[in-house]
Ligand binder design. Sequence first.
Ligand code: ZN
Length: 133
Amino acid sequence: MHEMSIAVAMVEQVTEATGNEGSCTVSAVRLQLGELAGVVPDSLHFCFSLACTGTALDGAELLIDHVPGRARCLPCGAQWATGMPPQLCCPQCEGGTAELVSGRELQITGVRRAGDEPRADARPASVQAIEES
Ligand SMILES: [Zn+2]
């Protein structure tokens, strides 16, 4: 399963990034995920929770920011949303020479540590805090 290896790599990456602080645990991980990255979000959520078990990320929430696929036509410069499966033929001049502008993202953009939690507010507060920072 493709998503499982991504989830395991994410956990390793986050553990490495926060590892120096010993007992630190992670409550949420924010991921930028392109529409064309070939990852099924539901499947990734599932694999992520499995991959987190027994690590500093145990029970951590996975927050996914979806990045829509966009392409640009090289000859005429038009830009459009590719959709999925991606439409890479220019709607303007019907040229076939397009490059992807976005949509292949797959990267961690934020990590929230359990200790940073604002007390008495354990709900989506964790989400807001990441967005604010
Ligand atoms: Zn064009």
